[in-house]
Ligand binder design. Structure first.
Ligand code: KG4
Ligand code: ZN
Length: 332
């Protein structure tokens, strides 16, 4: 079946067409209109501007996604849309658009949770991947472990108690002076420094699988501000490298503990931060200790996109999930 999928939860307006069946998971088109350049002027996402930019982009990318897939709306069997979590005004753009399109063309509408979508990006990259497994979602808004019992039954077993990992990468990147969003630039800068140059506090909490990134974020920012106030030279690459090592060590530790606690031998990484080369390498090493398989999405499916929403939408649809004219968006 062909699924038309929409995503507008933050600063990417995205539309994709997927061909899905029991043994097919194929992306026919995957269009993303990014707002990064607009929000870069403000050093972060401005919700009001995001909503307006989604409105401007959504019709155009829908035509583009259908054209690239070589399909017309009459060929579409289901419409999947992210309805949360995310920025409420941003989410409402794709939700309203998808509702109208579904209603006007008498096509089933499938609401999809954004976090579940990130996990589902892995089904597109790894065609053989099936639940159950352990998942770690690391994004701009989330850092959580999930027990993925089936395609549509996910239980959050641990999370960050404050900031998300991506938020921490972005804030530190901004203080260092890297372009917004800082995650990708921090990844590159970290390869150029000494990872043992500076000791920062671990975001891994004791006696729980949870994280806390706010202490680490504050410690790194205080380190930078103190050096600047004293007029001492800053080695940005050492900071990026030492910060990243602290994050990777904590993630490795918690991945090991979560594999032990759940008994899973399969872990799936998801979310924008899953693109980080150091985190991928760290989890790969940790999994060797436990004889566990490690899956991560291909880089183009790590960040927000609509293909992942279409993939999860397919499994939600098989499970009987439908949206009707009352479908709303939820922020968290
Ligand atoms: O999943 P995502 O696209 O949006 C949310 O749902 O939040 O994640 C965006 C986050 C941003 O914080 C961005 O800086 C981060 O993912 N990110 C990275 C990398 N690429 C993107 N963080 C670390 N290393 C990267 N290579
Ligand atoms: Zn996301």
């Amino acid at each position: 079946m062909y699924i038309l999928a929409f995503e507008s939860s933050c600063d990417e307006t995205a539309c994709a067409v997927l061909e899905m069946s029991e043994d097919t998971r194929e992306i026919k088109s995957n269009i993303i209109a990014s707002q990064v350049d607009i929000h870069a002027l403000y050093g972060g996402v401005v919700p009001e501007i995001a909503s307006r930019a989604h409105i401007e982009a959504i019709s155009k990318i829908t035509y583009e996604a259908l054209d690239t897939a070589g399909l017309a709306i009459k060929n579409v069997d289901a419409i999947a849309v992210t309805n949360g979590p995310g920025l409420i005004g941003a989410l409402l753009v794709a939700v309203s658009f998808a509702k109208s399109l579904a209603y006007a063309n008498n096509i089933p509408l499938i609401p999809v949770d954004h976090i579940r979508g990130h996990v589902a990006a892995n089904y597109l990259t790894h065609k053989e991947l099936k639940p159950p497994f352990l998942a770690l979602v690391v994004s701009g808004g989330h850092t959580s472990f999930f027990d993925v019992k089936s395609y549509t039954s996910l239980e959050e077993i641990a999370s960050t108690r404050d900031d998300a990992a991506g938020e921490c990468f972005d804030k530190i990147g901004r203080v260092i002076g890297l372009p917004y969003p800082g995650g990708h630039a921090m990844d590159i800068l970290a390869t150029k420094g000494n990872k043992d140059a500076i000791a920062f506090p671990s975001p891994a909490l004791k006696d729980s699988l949870d994280f806390s990134f706010s202490g680490l974020k504050t410690a790194v920012i205080n380190y930078i501000n103190t050096k600047r106030q004293k007029g001492e030279p800053l080695n940005e690459a050492d900071i990026a490298s030492s910060f990243t090592k602290t994050v990777v060590d904590a993630i490795r530790q918690k991945v090991g503990e979560a594999l032990k606690a759940t008994g899973y031998k399969k872990i799936v990484l998801a979310g924008g931060v899953s693109a980080n080369s150091h985190i991928r390498a760290g989890i790969t090493e940790e999994c060797k200790k436990y004889g566990a398989e490690f899956y991560a999405p291909e880089l183009c499916l790590c960040g927000d996109n609509a293909a992942m929403i279409g993939a999860q939408g397919y499994y939600e649809m098989l499970d009987g999930v439908r949206g009707d004219e009352t479908l709303n968006a939820y922020p968290s």
